[in-house]
Write a protein that binds this ligand. Sequence first.
Ligand code: NAI
Length: 261
Amino acid sequence: MAYNLLKGKKGIITGALDANSIAWKVAEKAHEEGATFVLTNAPIAMRMGEIKVLAEKTKSEIVPADATNVDELTNLFMASQEILGGKIDFVLHSIGMSVNIRKNVPYTSLNYDYFMKGIDVSAMSFHKMLAVAKKLDAINEWGSVVALTYMAAQRTYPFYTDMADIKAMLESIARINTVSQSPTKTTAGTGIKGFGDFYDFANSVAPLGNATAEDCANYCITLFSDLTRMVTMQNLFHDGGYSSTGVSMEVLTKLGVEPGV
Ligand code: NAI
């Protein structure tokens, strides 16, 4: 059900690679809620991805941009304002990639060139986007910018390696809102070793179970809307209660503890 929450709003949505991407769901919901927006992704991802299907479905245009490249980001913000006919009301940063994770490099022997690449793509890109937007004065007053993150920024997880440090950096950039999402079955998510076990564990711990990509999209839409305009500089957990749970009965039962004993 749509509520017209984003009627008349203009946005930029990064990171829609395929129908599993969180950004894909955000674009679908933003369209349903009356927004117009530009879709963007790295040129290489667009050759592999299905973004054109999404653009047709949401009546949006695509402007390619590598989020590590300031010139391409400048073009993105300039072209988006031209296409949408004015300043931008909302931006979704939904970009994550670690070469160390892709290549299964353990945390204790990280490759630092890969680490730098991961920082640039997944954290510094957020600063670059915001700096470009500021320079061009491209964001409307009361505009909303949201980046997606993961709780590994605060707590340790095996196999999340340098991405944990990178997410911590992302969350400290600009101190706008970040949404810390449950494990989600996407290309970036399932690339992490042991992801299926992370996913099942979080699902067993969270009182409401894992939040889906669609739930995450709904939350992002509220953050882009006027209803939450005084929410800023927050890291917002969107995880079915996982971050506030010590241990659940479900996990204890799996460990052999009998209820009520
Ligand atoms: P995804 O793989 O669908 O999206 C990642 C996107 O980053 C892709 O569209 C990819 O093309 C884009 N990207 C990579 N390098 C880029 C570059 N240089 N320039 C522009 N775009 C680039 O996966 P997902 O899960 O939707 O990821 C979106 C965000 O959500 C990421 O920040 C991720 O860390 C975060 N997140 C994901 C969770 C999960 O379990 N899937 C959990 C918590 C947060």
